[in-house]
Design a protein around this ligand. Sequence first.
Ligand SMILES: Nc1ncnc2c1ncn2[C@@H]1O[C@H](COP(=O)(O)OP(=O)(O)OP(=O)(O)O)[C@@H](O)[C@H]1O
Length: 248
Amino acid sequence: MSLISLENVSFGYSRKQQVLHDVSLSLQAGVNVGLVGESGSGKSTILKLLLGLARPTRGQIQFGDIELDPGNRAFMRGYRKAVQAVFQDPYSSLDPRQKVQSIIAEPLRALGIPGSHQEAIEKALHDVGLPADAINRYPHEFSGGQRQRIAIARAIVARPQLILADEAVSALDLSTRARIVDLLKALSEEITILLVSHDLAVVAALCEEIVILEKGRVVESGRTADILENPKHPYTQKLLASVPRMPA
Ligand SMILES: Nc1ncnc2c1ncn2[C@@H]1O[C@H](COP(=O)(O)OP(=O)(O)OP(=O)(O)O)[C@@H](O)[C@H]1O
């Protein structure tokens, strides 16, 4: 059974403006998927639906064998434990007034898990390669790469099954980006990642599968290696031709 699947999902922000058209994709535990497409193709909208922030106009999203129902609080509690997100900008995604300890504990508080969470926070910090004394500091005391590690620690602290990563390394310089990709790769031993990225080199490094989105439609999907080697759809070919390729 899939971890999560979109089944024939269509969505529009208004009646006139359909953004997703009959999108189907399925995430299997242990298989990272890269969601790729030009700006405006609907990648972030898919993540929005997966986070339960909007509902499909047509079709459905399945979490295991249960339909995602943003209106069902009990369901969403379990879902939020299983599905966490990391966003692009490590500067705006962390509350500057909160200490790292409080930032990382946020999902545990939201889940109503009692206690100081000290042990879970320390483990998350350790897992993302930050020192234990980071807990008493504020986000502005960290570099962009370190802030993204804090955001990742927050995403993993409740031990989710899936991380939705929206351009999670795009704002970082190249060497920092490579280190965060290595970190995500190590974490993906235990947690599945859905990565939205413009950067095919990052997708190739992290994701076993790839889904290509054009104007809200899936035009090609399959094993990353196959698609990068032998793109079938003209849009994929264009996309591959338009980005610098990293040597394998
Ligand atoms: N809140 C909104 N209200 C109305 N239209 C929106 C909203 N958010 C996105 N859109 C539109 O939906 C379409 C898909 O946008 P989306 O952000 O999902 O694309 P994307 O592939 O993530 O783009 P990017 O790579 O630039 O982030 C675009 O035409 C966009 O203008």
